[in-house]
Design a protein around this ligand. Sequence first.
Ligand code: ADP
Ligand code: MG
Length: 215
Amino acid sequence: MGLDITWAVDWVRRSAETVAEHRTRLIALDREIGDGDHGENLDRGFQAVLPKLDDLSAGSTPGDVLKLVATTLISTVGGAAGPLYGTAYLKGAMAAGSATSLDGPAIAAVLTAARDGIVARGKAESGDKTMVDAWTPAVEAADAAAETGADARTVLEAAASAAEAGAEATEPLVARKGRASYLGERSAGHRDPGAESSALLLRAAADAAEAAAGD
Ligand code: ADP
Ligand code: MG
């Protein structure tokens, strides 16, 4: 079963919910190796998307939802993460195109485009201790699952689990990109906030898919 507009809207609602719930934790992580604004910025961005969901016209697609998230995050989040996430959702929207339903390979393509957008924008490589360290394992797991013929929900479950492991694996790394890189060796021993928020957002996507499957 593919994932449709109901899933996409539910993903956004769950994203706003999990970011609000983990706001303080994301702020604390960013305070350790950055300036402490990550949780607040992202929370503001997703709260700003919520009322706009009601304005979506009948016949809107998952791609339209992703585009709405992109434009809202770009105009409200700021910092490094605003443009990076904005680009991710915009590229994801382009990959989704006008499809009304996304199957396993389509979801993997959306995640790949999102990750590629983040890399094109921020120029971070794997191991630089950024959100890329959550997204790249997520994309690899999603691709591997899609290749075995897994459905969209299973692809997202694989992506979310890999992103969580990837976020955790940023802890010993020394940051080479973004504000945390100013700390040099002292950035080691802390989890990257952007990798953590990325894992939260992908888990929200998987949870929304699970809820859709239970309908
Ligand atoms: P700022 O550093 O401007 O305060 P945020 O706190 O909102 O921005 O976001 C910080 C997060 O952005 C980092 O934890 C990291 O995951 C991500 N980030 C920073 N620079 C890059 C980059 N060049 N490429 C990918 N991700 C990055
Ligand atoms: Mg910050």
